[in-house]
Design a protein around this ligand. Structure first.
Ligand SMILES: NC(=O)c1ccc[n+]([C@@H]2O[C@H](COP(=O)([O-])OP(=O)(O)OC[C@H]3O[C@@H](n4cnc5c(N)ncnc54)[C@H](OP(=O)(O)O)[C@@H]3O)[C@@H](O)[C@H]2O)c1
Length: 224
């Protein structure tokens, strides 16, 4: 049975991705800070969903929790780093910029490190991050959010190049272009905002680029 861990699954895109993965036959470990929302999703989706609360901003703890879960679940095929936040911040409040960097950059990079090292050690696995076209160039209203997504995309590109040297079925993807419409690119997500059409775009991209890819491991980074 295929297995996935989804970081940031309590609302929005992550919650929708959890449903897609369960429908596609995965056992899915879901995490976020809002445990009641995760438990509600577990009730809805059944016993193929496992729940753990996690605050990505608490870097040592979330690294340890992901590590443990990867071992406990065993043979995890897919880790999706969806957790993220952003503030429209024209006044450049530092506490908002700092929070965005701590979660979207420091926390997510730490989890990417745990997942990638695990996959390389085990010779297989797919790491996916949910980035944004906001990372392609900056804007005046959300500097930290745009920069954090640029970091994520480039970091995952780099991990993918790194994985090529392993001659194993390991890769990483940063979903970027189609996950977001231009108007959303200048309107970063808030931690509590549910989105409407955007998750559907993200979900169809996810199906095409991630699920299909995870099922076709023969094409992965094996150099002949
Ligand atoms: N919506 C868009 O237009 C859009 C476009 C491009 C990219 N994205 C990206 O897609 C991802 C999801 O966005 P969304 O629109 O679905 O937003 P959302 O509904 O606010 O979902 C964000 C998810 O991240 C989790 N999260 C946030 N901070 C966390 C933390 N410190 N620790 C653990 N989990 C945390 C939230 O869970 P808790 O609050 O329960 O912890 C929630 O499950 C984000 O990375 C975002 O940057 C969104």
């Amino acid at each position: 049975m295929k297995k996935a861990i989804l970081i940031g699954a309590s609302s929005g895109i992550g919650r929708a991705l959890a449903k897609v993965l369960v429908r596609d036959g995965y056992v899915v470990g879901i995490t976020a800070r809002r445990l009641p929302l995760l438990q509600e999703l577990q009730q809805e989706l059944g016993d193929r969903v496992l729940v753990k609360s996690m605050d990505v901003a608490n870097v040592p703890q979330s690294m340890a929790d992901l590590s443990t879960w990867l071992v406990e679940l065993g043979n995890v095929d897919l880790v999706v780093l969806n957790a993220g936040l952003g503030h429209t911040n024209p006044d450049l409040r530092w506490d908002w910029e700092d929070e965005t960097i701590r979660v979207n950059v420091h926390g997510i990079a730490a989890l990417a490190n745990v997942a990638m090292r695990h996959f390389i050690q085990h010779g297989a696995g797919h790491l996916v991050g949910i980035s944004s076209v906001a990372g392609v160039r900056g804007n005046s209203r959300a500097p930290a959010y745009c920069a954090s997504k640029a970091f994520l995309s480039t970091y995952l590109d780099s991990l993918r190049y790194r994985a090529r040297f392993t001659r194993s079925f390991v890769t990483s993807s940063g979903l970027r272009e189609s996950t977001v419409s231009p108007e959303k690119a200048v309107s970063p997500v808030s931690p509590r905002r549910m989105t409407g059409s955007i998750p559907r775009n993200a979900i169809s991209l996810f199906r095409r680029q991630v699920i299909a890819h995870t099922e076709r491991r023969d094409g992965w980074n094996t150099r002949q």
